[in-house]
Ligand binder design. Structure first.
Ligand code: BGC
Length: 465
């Protein structure tokens, strides 16, 4: 047997084992694994898609990630949780000896489903000039390579998904291009956070064109549900960013052949750390005559957490022209902030800053910090229809996968070294010139980072037992 054949056989055995485990678990705990049915319906959208693809469905467990999680001490506790499959380069579509390709994933999803409904979560992530405001996830396509994005990336994905469109129990959630369109609003045109790379992507129109093309091609497949990335409250929560961003998303939803009917909704907090609900204070509280909004942490934001932001973004999107039945997803994979440092009640009323800082669950140094945050924990488990307007809590970022290397590491993926991943960095305009809060010794973005995985388990909220 060649090493390649052996590796593939090993993978096949692991996959089959995982499918068997999941089927057994499903039989035992149908109640907790299957999703609530409330929002299931035939839908009113022109293509008669479901209103909420997560209703009455389980979520696909990626065997590649699951095996890594299960191999870590304590990792078995979460190895059966569904996570996103990041198609982060053209070669991810075909796969390799190390990672499963898209067809292999879809076949495995049908095995895991065993006839029941299943959601397969794909992250579409390969825009030209990717990650224009940072370096850690720069991609393989240059700013002008929109032609390759269409023909070598989106077209093959759409063609493969079309092959599986007749499986009516398979629902494909495509989350579209994290960290792209909002950059065109906040990091261009002479703003404090502007970068020449984002100015280029705004001027050449390739983020808007690429997102539009992805929406149109993928949206044309009967069982695909597109959710456009809408950043998080600590990025777009201010009035000056919110409506303008919703408008840029709407522009993209009408570009390159797309229409608003290609959009099922939006995903917030993708791969980020913003807390789901800050319940120890409210933005309307006053402390010694000072509004909570004036505190250093909130900095006049209209939102303090992702649950409220998801609703706020949804409303802004509908106002910008999106269909009124759009839903949201919230990535809760790493926003739990549990562990011994989690506040048990409101902070002291000695000052507005003490009040907010003493009570907030999110313990980042600044809400603009995004790379391998020290102290973070796993958040809410994936759940369908957990609140009004929210289609699901999801674990789109696979817990334990790095956001970026803390030192320069040569690679052939186009990934750069972003100092926001370096714990010794003092920050830039996009995080209010604060320390990065990143963990040390991190590998390249997307690679497994066992130290972070352990901390996420330890600081999980709700706790992992
Ligand atoms: C990386 C991707 C990776 C994804 C999920 C991103 O930051 O750039 O390569 O697949 O995270 O871990």
């Amino acid at each position: 047997m060649t090493p390649r054949v052996r590796q593939q056989q090993g993978r096949r055995v692991r996959r089959a084992r995982l499918a068997a485990t999941l089927t057994a678990a499903l039989a035992l705990t149908t109640g907790s694994l299957s999703m609530a049915s409330a929002a299931d319906g035939s839908g009113t959208r022109t293509l008669a898609k479901l209103d909420n693809p997560y209703a009455n469905a389980r979520v696909y467990v990626n065997p590649d990630w699951s095996a890594k999680a299960a191999a870590q001490p304590g990792g078995q506790a979460i190895a059966n949780v569904g996570t996103g499959v990041w198609l982060d380069r053209i070669s991810a579509i075909a796969g390799s000896d190390e990672v499963m390709g898209l067809r292999e994933h879809l076949d495995t999803a049908l095995e895991q489903a065993n006839g029941a409904n299943i959601v397969f979560q794909a992250v579409i992530y390969d825009l030209p000039g990717r990650d224009c405001s940072a370096l850690a996830s720069n991609g393989e396509l240059g700013p002008e390579e929109i032609g390759r994005y269409k023909s070598e990336y989106i077209d093959p994905i759409a063609a493969i998904l079309q092959e599986y469109a007749s499986h009516t129990n398979l629902r494909v959630v495509a989350t579209i291009e994290p960290d792209s369109l909002p950059n065109l609003v906040t990091n261009t045109g002479g703003t404090a956070g502007a970068t020449p790379e984002c100015d280029t992507m705004k001027a050449n129109g390739n983020y808007v064109e690429g997102v539009g093309y992805a929406l149109a091609k993928l949206g044309a497949v009967q069982n695909v549900y597109n959710y456009i990335d809408a950043a998080h409250h600590g990025w777009l929560g201010w009035d000056t960013n919110l409506a303008p961003s919703a408008q840029v998303l709407y522009q993209a939803a009408n570009a390159a052949g797309a229409t608003r009917d290609d959009v099922a909704g939006f995903i917030v907090n993708t791969a980020n750390y913003s807390a789901l609900k800050e319940t120890n204070f409210s933005l309307t509280d006053n402390v010694n005559g000072q509004q909570v909004r004036s505190s250093k942490w909130i900095d006049w934001n209209q939102y303090a957490d992702e649950s409220s932001y998801a609703g706020g973004f949804r409303a802004a999107a509908v106002a910008a022209g999106f269909n009124s039945d759009v839903g949201t997803l919230i990535d809760t994979s790493r926003n739990g902030w549990g562990g011994s440092a989690r506040p048990t009640g409101p902070g002291p009323t000695t000052s507005v800053d003490n009040y907010v800082n003493g009570g907030r669950f999110d313990r980042r140094i600044h809400a603009g910090n995004w790379c391998n945050q020290a102290g973070a924990g796993l958040g809410e488990r994936p759940k369908a229809a957990p609140e009004a307007g929210v289609d699901a809590y999801v674990w789109m970022k696979p817990p334990g996968e790095s956001d970026g290397s803390s030192k320069e590491i040569p690679n052939d993926e186009g990934k750069g070294f972003d100092r926001m991943c370096d714990p010794t960095y003092g920050g830039n305009a996009r995080n209010g010139n604060n320390p990065s809060g990143a963990k040390a010794d991190a590998p390249l973005s997307g690679e497994f980072f066992p130290t972070q995985f352990q901390e996420l388990l330890k600081n999980a909220y709700p706790p992992v037992n």
